[in-house]
Ligand binder design. Structure first.
Ligand code: MF3
Ligand code: CO
Length: 256
């Protein structure tokens, strides 16, 4: 079901989303080579709780037989890991890595969701371009996040932009509505046909999240039931914000 948020609910969405933005501000400052992804997770959880929020990914049950509930505050996916990398004391961030982080804060009953790919130390120009294109794909998409357009217009804009830059979008995972639930309708694929899907209306809150691969679009799931990697071993990046559809321009809730 697509939910339209009231003014009061929008205020609560803003608060939950602000927590996520502040957490990323902190992570950007502290992320360093030599640190484990578990340490990064600990820092994020502490910050989130200080800000009066609950880490919504922790304990999240995907409802798939044999797959354990998600154990951490962050998803931390390094290099060819696309999404859902599980933090671990044995996973050390190195100079030259790109680190995709995805997290959801639950505050006063509402969820805020965002993802960033951080550059650690020195990376090549081409790697930087992958990260820039992924971020820009989000902004290309939200040009259509307005009354008068449909979900398919956002999807189409993201997919075509990424393709035009010589990269691939992940097809198996998508953006989504968000509110009291982390995942609400509509699903928002990162590719598709314009003019299709539901019409956008003021009061909708949406998580738009291009996941972009340098090489082929194919992905694999690791045995942990969570970590998604690129099949060809090429790099991947992720950029996500929760936005609000208004009568005018969309409001990006997870940016400070
Ligand atoms: N935050 C992810 C999203 O963008 C969901 C991660 S799955 C979880 O939809 F188990 F980690 F929560
Ligand atoms: Co999301």
């Amino acid at each position: 079901m697509v939910t339209i948020k009231s003014e009061r609910e929008i205020e609560l969405m803003r608060e939950a989303c602000r927590v996520v933005a502040v957490v990323y501000d902190e992570l950007e400052k502290v992320i360093k080579p030599g640190m484990s992804t578990w340490e990064l997770d600990q820092i994020a959880e502490k910050k989130m709780r200080q800000l009066g929020a609950i880490p919504a990914e922790k304990g999240y049950d995907p409802g798939i037989r044999g797959v354990p509930a998600y154990p951490a505050t962050l998803c931390v996916s390094i290099n060819d890991e696309v999404i859902h990398g599980v933090p671990s004391k044995n996973k050390i961030i190195k100079d030259g890595d790109i680190v995709s982080v995805d997290t959801v804060a639950l505050k006063n009953g509402y969820n805020g969701d965002a993802a960033r790919t951080f550059i650690v130390g020195n990376v090549s120009k081409e790697t930087k371009r992958l990260i820039d294109v992924t971020k820009q794909a989000f902004f290309e998409g939200i040009k259509y996040a307005k009354v008068g357009f449909r979900v398919g217009d956002i999807s189409h804009a993201i997919g075509e932009y990424v393709r035009s830059q010589g990269y691939s979008v992940v097809r198996e995972f998508q953006g989504h509505g968000i509110g009291k639930q982390m995942h609400e309708d509509p699903g928002i694929p990162n590719y598709g046909k314009s003019g299709r899907g539901i019409r956008l209306e003021p009061g909708m809150t949406l998580a738009i999240e291009p996941m972009v691969i340098q090489g082929k679009p194919n992905i694999l799931e690791l045995e942990d039931g969570w970590t998604i990697v690129t099949e060809d071993g090429s790099l991947a990046a992720h950029y996500e914000n929760t936005i609000l559809i208004t009568k005018k321009e969309p409001e990006i809730l997870t940016l400070l």
